[in-house]
Design a protein around this ligand. Structure first.
Ligand code: SF4
Length: 109
């Protein structure tokens, strides 16, 4: 499919300070069929993954090795949300991360 003319996603700014320059349209006001013409990922986590690979020069291995831990996207860069992990994997990760003294306090739920 041919790429859409990206100018359809822009509009003249309604803000006086912008002096009539073009700005991005509000995606909440764009029909879904039009947004899909852009062929972006349709879930936030997949969009983050795509952004991280882009940020890493289209290199998947470099996205995996990213050291910019202060980036808000860093925990999500592998395409999963670690904060929504299943309770089993979350417990395993806590056990792996905790010191030997701390693991004694972990109970099965
Ligand atoms: S976590 Fe941030 S710095 Fe690292 S690859 Fe993703 S966007 Fe780039």
């Amino acid at each position: 499919m041919a790429k859409p003319d990206r100018r359809i996603f822009l509009e003249k700014s309604p803000y006086e300070a912008d002096a009539g320059t073009l700005i991005g349209r509000d995606p909440r006001e764009i029909p879904l069929a039009e947004i899909r013409l852009l062929e972006h990922a349709e879930s936030p986590i997949k969009a983050i993954r795509a952004k991280c690979i882009d940020c890493s020069g289209a290199n998947v291995a470099e996205a995996r090795k990213c050291v910019t831990v202060n980036c808000p996207l860093w925990p999500f860069r592998m395409g999963v949300n670690p904060f929504h992990a299943s309770s089993a994997s979350a417990k395993r990760e806590v056990a792996n991360f905790a010191s030997p003294n701390e693991t004694g306090g972990i109970r099965d739920v």
